[in-house]
Write a protein that binds this ligand. Structure first.
Ligand SMILES: [Fe+2]
Length: 266
């Protein structure tokens, strides 16, 4: 399809517009954080869309997760299913001037529309969720988290094994299609395991995702058939990237004060 950009680009009287033009429609503007409310859009301004959101590649070769996730499955999951969400979203954006200029994060939040999702929400959220999912894994993953994140998990779940048990339980008990997440809850200031149905993402509740596991059937059926349990265990034992999770946690702590660090006694 040749989508080459991860941001929407527009040609109009003012040339290339920035993400400050996201959701410039007055109704949607009220849903945005204050920094995005100062739209520079002028009425009657003609624009032509030249590119929308692109299909982002996983950060490793498509066979790199073998044998726990086959190349064939990644090619289908990423190359067909996720591509369909990207193309579906781009088709919708062609028809909706209101959403011009939004980053993917902003699109998800804005189109969730406080629980009354706009038609674009499912595709936007599925694109965001899949990008986050691919980046939650690495070749040679698994094991246990690094020190700081491990300490926070032990504090919030009791132990790493308790976290692991909760994560597996959430994945196996999720009815139908959806996602399992490790998130940092902003208000509670703690890590929790949450599950979401269909395309819903914790971003819409202002939680900060640390890890995601896709438990739609399309994510595991080709390799694992109906054995969701083996898929979830393979994710935790061999695929999950605690390096990436640690980086996300460090970033999250810039927004959520988790208290004073424990200073080792000499
Ligand atoms: Fe998926």
């Amino acid at each position: 399809m040749g989508w080459v950009s991860t941001h929407a680009h527009f040609l109009g009287n003012s040339g290339l517009l920035s993400s400050n033009d996201c959701a410039s429609n007055l109704n949607l503007k009220t849903l945005l954080p204050p920094r995005l409310r100062s739209s520079r859009v002028r009425s009657g301004e003609a624009r032509k869309v030249v590119a929308f959101h692109g299909l982002r590649r996983p950060p490793y070769k498509l066979d790199a997760l073998e044998p726990y996730m086959s190349q064939k499955m990644v090619e289908m999951h990423w190359g067909e299913y996720q591509r369909a969400y990207v193309e579906g979203l781009n088709k919708q954006l062609e028809k909706n001037n209101i959403l011009y200029g939004c980053t993917m994060d902003e699109l998800v939040t804005v189109t969730y529309n406080n629980g009354n999702p706009l038609p674009e929400f499912n595709n936007a959220a599925q694109v965001w969720n899949h990008d986050f999912f691919w980046e939650s894994m690495q070749p040679g993953g698994g094991d246990i988290p690094k020190q700081g994140l491990l300490q926070q998990i032990e504090k919030d779940f009791g132990s790493f094994l308790d976290f692991r048990e909760q994560f597996i339980e959430a994945a196996l008990s999720l009815f139908g299609s959806g996602w399992v997440w490790l998130v940092l809850k902003r208000q509670k200031k703690k890590l929790e395991v949450v599950k979401t149905s269909n395309a819903i993402t914790p971003l819409v509740w202002d939680d900060i995702p640390i890890l995601a596991l896709d438990v739609w059937e399309h994510a595991y059926y080709p390799d694992y058939k109906n054995d969701r349990s083996s898929y979830v265990n393979a994710f935790l034992d061999h695929l999950v990237s605690w390096n990436v999770a640690t980086g996300r946690m460090i970033r999250a702590e810039a927004f959520v004060n988790l208290g004073e660090p424990t200073i080792p006694v000499a």
